[in-house]
Design a protein. Structure first.
Length: 411
């Protein structure tokens, strides 16, 4: 693999601010995603991919012809999380990492600690990339984009490698849960798909959370506080009471791990005495348990209304995505061939679960089996995000071998 080219590609990509904007009413939610997509289309065309295009929704699609085998797709997303700034990213490249904690140069209070990142212990003498501590890095998911782009270029430069046809797909607004809103299985046209949106190296995510969102709307009664006695119903107080009734010693992100689900109040819209709005994530690996989580929210609302009889509370449940496990069972080659590709490289795959979701969750639900593969990123959605170039190189090698394995499938 061209290690330096992969690094320079990644650094070029993170320089573009593609932060998703949660309150935007357009798709994609930010213009940077369109800019990034145009750059990628230009690079693909320069490689010789004639059909590379960005559609009206900002989605990038392209085809790398192959010699044999079913068509598979490689997918990553263009946006970065709105949970930390993605503007003005100043990457720090650490060659031959010596071990120990990493103090970020733009904010000495931001430290990537080995105690919190045990994976660092195995990466001594490797190349790490961090932000300066004032922004996120953008490895989620520009590491995945860079890996896919380097894979395409490597295969084009090595026509002696027999491989299946590849469809390339870059989506928008994945971080907002909308990555597949403007995409269909037919548009991709593949037997199986792989999202490059995972952590570390050699991991295959075969299960994700099933997810709904509760949107809680509170209506109060606003009146001048000088004459508020017996008349005012303060929606801020009503919402505060409601949140206090949600589980916090259990069924919360702070108190669960593994396969345990949770309710997570995470976003309060601007409001006031007259009205407030809150979003709550409902998550569990068992989709049937989501109804129980929604009922907890409804019961909390009912209890709050008994304390504030003049208020109104509406709890609306929005479906988001479902665990990919069931869909992957229907196409066992998707995971088996990924494992075989790593075996041929002398590595052992690790099947993992994701306490979150990917574009692959929705694509699998729509009928296109889409496990998620590692791409060398760590600590996503945070100024403490970092990536390992060596793990990214390993992912490129994995994709090349994966294309070869699928190319041996005669159907």
């Amino acid at each position: 693999m061209n290690r330096d080219r992969l690094l320079q590609r990644f650094l070029r990509y993170v320089a573009i601010d593609t932060t998703a904007e949660a309150e935007a009413e357009c798709y994609p939610s930010s213009s940077g995603q369109l800019e990034f997509g145009r750059l990628l289309v230009g690079e693909l065309k320069n490689m010789g991919i004639a059909d590379a295009q960005q559609d009206d929704n900002g989605i990038v699609l392209a085809t790398l012809p192959g010699k044999e085998g079913p068509v598979i797709a490689l997918c990553s997303h263009l946006d970065t999380s709105p949970e930390a700034s993605g503007a003005g990213i100043r990457p720090q490249v650490i060659e031959n990492y010596a071990g120990g904690d990493i103090v970020l140069p733009g904010n000495a209070e931001k430290v990537i600690r080995v105690a919190d990142n045990p994976g660092l212990e195995a990466l001594v003498e490797r190349t790490l990339i961090t932000s300066d501590g004032t922004t996120l890095l953008g490895a989620d998911d520009k590491a995945g984009v860079a890996i896919i782009m380097e894979t395409v270029q490597w295969l084009l430069e090595h026509p002696e490698i027999a491989h299946c046809p590849l469809r390339i797909c870059f989506t928008c607004d994945e971080e907002l849960g909308h990555g597949v809103d403007k995409l269909s299985v037919e548009m991709i046209g593949a037997t199986a798909c792989y999202t490059l949106d995972g952590h570390a190296s050699g991991e295959i995510d075969v299960e994700t959370f099933s997810a709904d969102q509760a949107v809680v709307t509170v209506e109060g009664v606003n009146i001048h506080p000088s004459i508020g006695k017996g008349r005012m119903v303060n929606a801020v107080r009503v919402l505060s009471d409601f949140v206090s009734r949600l589980p916090h010693n259990t069924l919360s992100p702070e108190t669960t791990d593994g396969r345990e689900g949770f309710l997570h109040p995470y976003d309060v819209a601007a409001g006031g005495v007259a009205g407030m709005k809150l979003k709550i994530l409902l998550r569990d690996f068992d989709a049937a348990k989501l109804d129980g989580l929604a009922e907890i929210a409804r019961q909390a609302a009912a209890a709050t209304l008994r304390e504030f009889p003049g208020a109104k509370i509406d709890v609306a449940i929005e479906r988001q995505y479902r665990n990919m496990a069931e869909g992957l069972i229907r196409e066992p080659r998707a995971v088996a061939y990924a494992e075989e590709a790593l075996r041929r490289l002398g590595r052992t795959a690790k099947r993992t679960i994701v306490r979150g979701g990917t574009d692959g969750s929705r694509l699998t639900e729509l009928g296109l089996p889409t496990p998620n593969l590692s791409c060398g990123g760590h600590n996503p959605h945070s100024p403490l995000e970092w990536a390992c170039l060596d793990e990214m190189v390993e992912s490129v090698e994995w994709l090349v071998e994966l294309a070869r394995v699928w190319g041996e499938d005669k159907g």
